[in-house]
Write a new protein. Structure first.
Lengths: 356, 402
C-alpha cells in the first residue's frame, strides 16, 4: 500500500496517473524512450523493438487473463491475424488506396479483424473456465496457422513460404529503418499501456475485475457475462492484432512458423513472470523474457570468450540458466516481478521507517 | 652526372613521391570476422553441435593459409535454436558488435528469407547457409546469398535424370508438409513429365511423427517403381522405407542432401536392421571417407585426428559439416579475390567476385572444377547406401544441371 498520496477531490482520485510518482515515472520513461530512439545502438534498437511488439501483445493477454481471469493459450493466433491482415490488406489495396494513407486503414483493419476473431474464439468461455478454456483456446492457434498454411489461401497468405511485408508509409514518410519503426512501436506501446491502465478505471474494466473475482457474483450484480467476457476477448485480441501488425511492419518477412504455439506460451509466460492483473506486469515480464536471455548470452560470451568448444557448451547452459531464473522468480514471488518491485518501492518510500 | 638544380628538384620530388606513398592505401583491420548462427539447441541440435567444431577447424586452416589478404579471421558462433527470429537477432548483434564482419553463415531457409530484405547498404554481408532452397539462388533479388551446391530442384533433377537413365518409367514424390518438403515438388513434376516419367503419387506427410502405414499403403497402391523423399532430416524417411520393406514393396527410394547422412543411416541400421541397404540419393559432395582424390579432405582428416580425438568427428566429417565448410570456403575465396585486387571487402564486391567464380578447384569437395551460376553450384552425384559396410558408395557420374 502506497501511503502519503492525499487526494482531496474525486477528480484527483480518478486520474489515470493518480500520484506524483506515477506521473514522474511515465514522463521520465517517455523522455528516456525518446532519447533511446535517437541514440540507442542498432542492436539495442532491435531488441527494444522486439520487446515493444511483445509488450503490446502481453498487455492484451493481461486484459484477458490478468483482469478478467480467463486463460488463453491461443493468442499467438491473433498476432498472426494482425500480421497477415495488415500485409494482405496492403497487397490487395495497393493501387486503390494511396500508399501514404494505407497504414491508417490497414492497421485498424488488422486490429478489428483480430478483435472479431477474438469474439469467435471467446465463445467457449461462456461455458468453460480455467484449464478447460485454455485447451479450447489452444485450438485457435492451430486452426489459424493451418488456414494460413493451406494451399487454397496461398495466393494471399503465401502458404508455407510466408509473405514479404511492406514498411508503413505515413503521408509519404516511409518507416523503412529499424530506428523509425522503434519510434512507432514505442509510441504505440506507451499508448497501449496507458489505455490498459485507463480501461480499469471504467465501468468495463471494473466489470472485468468483478468477473475475475467471482463470475456468478458478478452476474448477480447485473454484469452480463456474455457481453463482458466477449468484450474482454475482443480487446485482448485487438491488442495482439496490433502487435502482429507491428511485427509485420518491423520484419521484412512473415512466416507462419513465427506464430505457432511457442509464441502463445511465451505471451502467457511473460505475463505470469511479470505479474498478472498489474499494468506494469507485462513490462517486467517482457524484460525478463526478451532482455534477460540476451544479457545471459552477452555475459556468458564475455566470460567464456570464443574458445572452440565454448559456444557449444554455452548455448544449452544459457537455456538452463534462463529456465532456472524463471523458476526462481516464481518461487520467490508468485505474484510476479511487479510485486517484488512494489515491495522495494514501498520500502524506499517509507524509509527509514517500517519496511514491507 | 652533375647535379643541376633542375635534376635535384626532379629527383627529390620523385623520392618524396615514392616514400610518401603509403604501402597500403587503407588501414587494414587486425582481423576479419566470420560469424554464424547454428542450431546448438532445439530440434536440430545434433547437426549444430557437429558443425560447430568444423567452424573452428575452418578458422584454423584459413589462418594457416594466410587468412584473407594476410589478415587473420576469427569465427563467432551463436545459437539460434533453429528459430529464424533468433538467428536474425544474432545477425543484428554481430552487425552491431563486429565491425569487421565479412561473411555470415545462417542455419535455415526461414532465417535466410527473413534476413534477405534486410541485406541492404551497410547491413549487407555475404551470406551462406545450410539451406538449398531454390528461392535463395536468385542473384537478382538476393545478390549476397548463395548456395554451396545444387538447389533442391536441381537435386531432384539429378535424381529424375538418374531414374530415367536406369530405365525407370514412373516415380512417386513423398514430402514433408513444410516449405523444405514442398520446395522442389512442382518443378520435379514438370521435369518428370519432360523426361517421360509418370508421377504416380504426390503424398505429403508430417515432418515428424507421420502416419507411416497410411503413406506406405498409398505408395503400394500407386505401384511406384521409384520414390523420391524430400524434406526430412533425422526422422520419417527411415520409417517410411522400413514400412515399405515390411510391406514387401520393391520400390527404390531416393533422398536429397538432408536425407543422406551416414550417421543417421548407420544409427537406423544398428537399431532396426539393414533395411536401408540400397537406399540412394543425391549428394553434391564427396563423403569425407572418399578422400583419395580430395586433398582438402586429407588435410581436414589430419586436423580432425589431432583436434577432435575422442569425438564423433575424429574419423568422419558429417555431410552437414562438409556443407558448412565448402560454403564458407567459397565465401572466403570470393573475399580473397577482392582483397587480392587491393579493394575494400564490401558485400557488393564480394558478391560480384563470388558470382564470377568459374572452373574453381575446391580441393575435392565436388567431382571437378565448379562454377557459380545463379549463386549456386548445380553439381552432384547419386550415392547408394551399403548397410554391410555402412558407407554411401557412388553409383553415378557427376551430373551438372543448369
Amino acid at each position: 500500500m502506497i501511503n502519503a498520496n492525499l487526494k482531496s477531490s474525486y477528480a484527483a482520485d480518478e486520474r489515470v496517473l493518480d500520484n506524483r510518482y506515477k506521473q514522474g515515472f511515465v514522463y521520465g520513461s517517455i523522455l528516456l524512450l525518446a532519447l533511446f530512439t535517437l541514440f540507442g545502438s542498432d542492436y539495442a534498437i532491435l531488441i527494444g523493438s522486439q520487446m515493444g511488439i511483445l509488450l503490446i501483445a502481453v498487455v492484451g493477454i493481461n486484459v484477458l487473463t490478468g483482469y478478467t481471469g480467463l486463460v488463453s493459450l491461443g493468442h499467438g493466433a491473433f498476432v498472426a491475424i494482425g500480421a497477415y491482415a495488415v500485409t494482405i490488406f496492403n497487397n490487395v489495396a495497393t493501387g486503390i488506396i494511396p500508399a501514404g494513407i494505407m497504414p491508417f486503414l490497414s492497421l485498424p483493419f488488422a486490429v478489428f479483424l483480430a478483435a472479431a476473431v477474438g469474439v469467435l474464439v471467446g465463445l467457449p468461455s461462456l461455458r468453460v473456465k480455467g484449464l478447460y478454456l485454455a485447451v479450447a483456446t489452444l485450438a485457435a492457434n492451430f486452426i489459424v496457422i493451418f488456414l494460413i498454411e493451406e494451399e487454397l489461401f496461398a495466393p494471399w497468405t503465401g502458404g508455407m513460404v510466408g509473405l514479404t511485408t511492406n514498411a508503413p508509409n505515413f503521408f509519404g514518410w516511409v518507416l523503412d529503418t529499424k530506428r523509425e519503426m522503434f519510434g512507432l512501436i514505442a509510441v504505440l506501446g506507451v499508448l497501449a499501456l496507458l489505455a490498459a491502465q485507463n480501461l480499469m478505471r471504467t465501468r468495463v474494466g471494473r466489470a472485468f475485475i468483478a468477473i475475475r473475482d467471482r463470475d456468478y457474483s458478478a452476474e448477480i450484480l447485473g454484469i452480463s457475462l456474455l457481453r463482458y467476457k466477449l468484450t474482454s476477448f475482443a480487446i485482448s485480441a485487438a491488442y495482439c492484432g496490433l502487435a502482429g501488425a507491428l511485427f509485420a511492419y518491423f520484419y521484412a518477412r512473415i512466416l507462419p512458423e513465427q506464430f505457432e504455439l511457442a509464441l502463445s506460451l511465451q505471451l502467457v509466460a511473460a505475463l505470469i513472470v511479470g505479474g498478472l492483473g498489474r499494468t506494469m506486469g507485462p513490462v517486467f515480464g517482457v524484460i525478463v523474457i526478451v532482455l534477460v536471455p540476451e544479457l545471459i548470452k552477452i555475459t556468458f560470451g564475455a566470460v567464456t570468450g570464443d574458445a572452440a568448444g565454448m559456444a557449444q557448451l554455452r548455448a544449452p547452459l544459457q537455456e538452463i540458466a534462463f529456465g532456472a531464473l524463471l523458476v526462481l522468480f516464481l518461487l520467490k514471488e508468485p505474484l510476479g516481478i511487479n510485486q517484488i518491485v512494489d515491495r522495494i518501492l514501498r520500502a524506499a518510500n517509507r524509509w527509514p521507517f517500517a519496511r514491507g | 652526372m652533375t647535379l643541376s638544380r633542375r635534376s635535384f628538384l626532379a629527383t627529390s620530388a620523385a623520392a618524396t613521391a615514392v616514400m610518401g606513398t603509403p604501402m597500403i592505401l587503407r588501414a587494414q583491420p587486425k582481423e576479419y570476422v566470420v560469424a554464424s548462427s547454428l542450431p546448438l539447441t532445439g530440434p536440430f541440435a545434433t547437426a549444430g553441435q557437429l558443425v560447430s567444431p568444423a567452424m573452428k577447424m575452418f578458422e584454423a586452416l584459413v589462418n594457416e593459409d594466410g587468412g584473407i589478404g594476410g589478415v587473420p579471421i576469427r569465427t563467432v558462433i551463436e545459437d539460434s535454436g533453429y528459430v529464424p527470429a533468433t538467428a536474425l537477432a544474432n545477425y543484428q548483434r554481430a552487425l552491431a558488435t563486429e565491425p569487421n564482419m565479412v561473411l555470415y553463415y545462417g542455419d535455415s531457409t526461414g532465417f535466410m528469407k527473413l534476413v534477405a530484405p534486410e541485406l541492404k547498404g551497410k547491413n549487407a554481408t555475404l551470406m551462406g547457409s545450410t539451406s538449398f532452397a531454390s528461392d535463395l539462388a536468385n542473384p537478382a533479388e538476393n545478390p549476397y546469398q548463395y548456395l554451396p551446391g545444387p538447389s533442391y530442384e536441381d537435386q531432384v533433377d539429378i535424381l529424375l535424370q538418374n531414374i530415367k537413365n536406369a530405365g525407370g518409367t514412373n516415380v512417386a514424390f513423398i514430402f514433408s508438409n513444410t516449405e523444405f518438403g514442398r520446395d522442389p515438388i512442382e518443378h520435379g513434376r514438370k521435369k518428370a513429365e519432360k523426361l517421360g516419367l509418370e508421377v504416380v503419387l504426390e503424398e505429403t506427410t508430417k515432418a515428424q511423427g507421420a502416419d507411416i502405414p497410411t503413406h506406405v499403403t498409398k505408395l503400394a497402391q500407386s505401384g511406384a517403381e521409384h520414390c523420391i523423399l524430400q524434406g526430412y532430416v533425422t526422422g520419417v524417411w527411415p520409417q517410411l522405407i522400413g514400412g515399405a520393406r515390411q510391406f514387401g514393396l520393391p520400390t527404390q527410394f531416393y533422398g536429397t542432401f538432408w536425407g543422406m547422412e551416414k550417421l543417421i543411416a548407420d544409427r537406423v541400421t544398428a537399431e532396426a536392421g539393414p533395411f536401408l541397404d540400397g537406399y540412394s540419393g543425391v549428394m553434391p559432395y564427396r563423403y569425407s571417407y572418399d578422400a583419395e582424390e580430395a586433398p582438402i579432405y586429407q588435410r581436414y582428416a589430419a586436423f580432425q585426428k589431432s583436434a577432435f580425438a575422442g569425438t564423433p568427428l575424429e574419423n568422419y566429417m558429417p555431410t552437414w559439416g562438409l556443407q558448412s565448410l565448402i560454403s564458407m570456403n567459397l565465401g572466403v575465396e570470393a573475399l580473397r579475390r577482392v582483397a587480392g585486387k587491393g579493394e575494400e571487402l564490401t558485400a557488393e564486391r564480394a558478391a560480384e567476385e563470388l558470382a564470377g567464380i568459374t572452373d574453381y578447384d575446391t580441393g575435392g569437395f565436388f567431382g571437378g572444377p565448379v562454377s557459380m551460376k545463379n549463386n549456386k553450384i548445380g553439381t552432384g552425384r547419386v550415392y547408394t547406401y551399403e548397410a554391410a559396410s555402412g558407407l554411401f558408395q557412388p553409383t553415378s557420374d557427376w551430373f551438372t544441371v543448369e
